[in-house]
Design a protein around this ligand. Structure first.
Ligand code: ZN
Length: 132
């Protein structure tokens, strides 16, 4: 059942139409069942209504496949690493643009949260880990 909903969400509007049709089919079965037996299983109209409602809502919002992408990793340049080890401490390092900066916010990219002060070997190891 979960794979069905995954399929619906992955397929945007066509998936929404299928979900809406499933809802309509469940409601039709409920109606036919009621006409034939003068009773119905209460879960059928509930799931039918929910599927129909979600199908219409997904169709209107028109959401398709997720476009979320993870940024590709940027390996640390060995030349930069050598440079950072040789730099006179303490110094400020911007982790976003990977440059030594005189102050925070970074004078190259203007970001404040990514600037760290390197004083000890632990700071340098932390900076290296953050940039890998
Ligand atoms: Zn920067």
């Amino acid at each position: 059942m979960n794979s069905f909903f995954d399929w619906v969400l992955d397929n945007g509007r066509p998936g929404a139409v299928v979900l809406g049709l499933v809802g309509a089919a469940l409601l039709t079965v409920t109606f036919v069942d009621y006409r034939a037996t003068h009773g119905f299983f209460v879960a059928l109209p509930l799931s039918g209504t929910v599927c129909l409602f979600l199908g219409v809502a997904l169709f209107v919002s028109g959401r398709g496949k997720s476009t979320f992408e993870v940024a590709p990793p940027r390996p640390l340049d060995p030349a930069l690493w050598t440079e950072l080890q040789a730099e006179v401490r303490p110094y400020s390092l911007c982790l976003a643009c990977r440059r030594v900066t005189a102050f925070s916010p970074c004078m190259h990219c203007d970001k404040a949260a990514d600037v760290m002060t390197v004083e000890t070997d632990d700071d340098l190891a932390l900076a290296k880990a953050a940039m890998e």
